[in-house]
Design a protein around this ligand. Structure first.
Ligand code: NAG
Length: 122
């Protein structure tokens, strides 16, 4: 019985941290560390600047996840501030592959989808 419990524990640990944060290659993982949130803030700011119409500024990020899918896919829930200083809660997806594809869906608004170039080669 103890042997069984040890095996279960080891198996659980193996799934929890396979050398990174993703539960498996290609699985989404939540970005929670200060470092990751700072990184996704830069990425989001770059895309918000590239999307000129509608123009949004970042209020704050509520939640973010990253997934490796032939590029990096970021799914972000954030409060965005429009040109009238109105704050809206939005779901944003940013796929960074050869180009950056961004889609923004704010509460009570149509989805906006734009493709833009990388600002800095990374
Ligand atoms: C992102 O943009 C917001 C609003 O424009 C700004 O306050 C913040 O400093 C920017 N963050 C980074 C990391 O560039």
């Amino acid at each position: 019985m103890i042997k069984f419990a040890v095996i279960v524990l080891l198996a659980t640990m193996a799934f929890a941290k396979p050398g990174g944060d993703a539960p498996c290659p290609g699985c989404p993982f939540t970005l929670t560390s200060e470092e990751d949130v700072a990184r996704v803030t830069i990425i989001l700011n770059e895309s918000l600047a590239a999307v000129e119409e509608p123009h949004y500024k970042l209020g704050k990020i509520n939640a973010a996840s990253e997934q490796a899918v032939g590029g990096n896919l970021y799914k972000i829930n954030a409060d965005l501030v429009d040109v009238n200083d109105k704050t809206k809660t939005c779901d944003i997806e940013i796929l960074r592959a050869k180009e950056v594809t961004v889609s923004i869906k704010c509460a009570d608004e149509d989805e906006v989808k734009k493709v833009h170039e990388f600002k800095d080669k990374q």
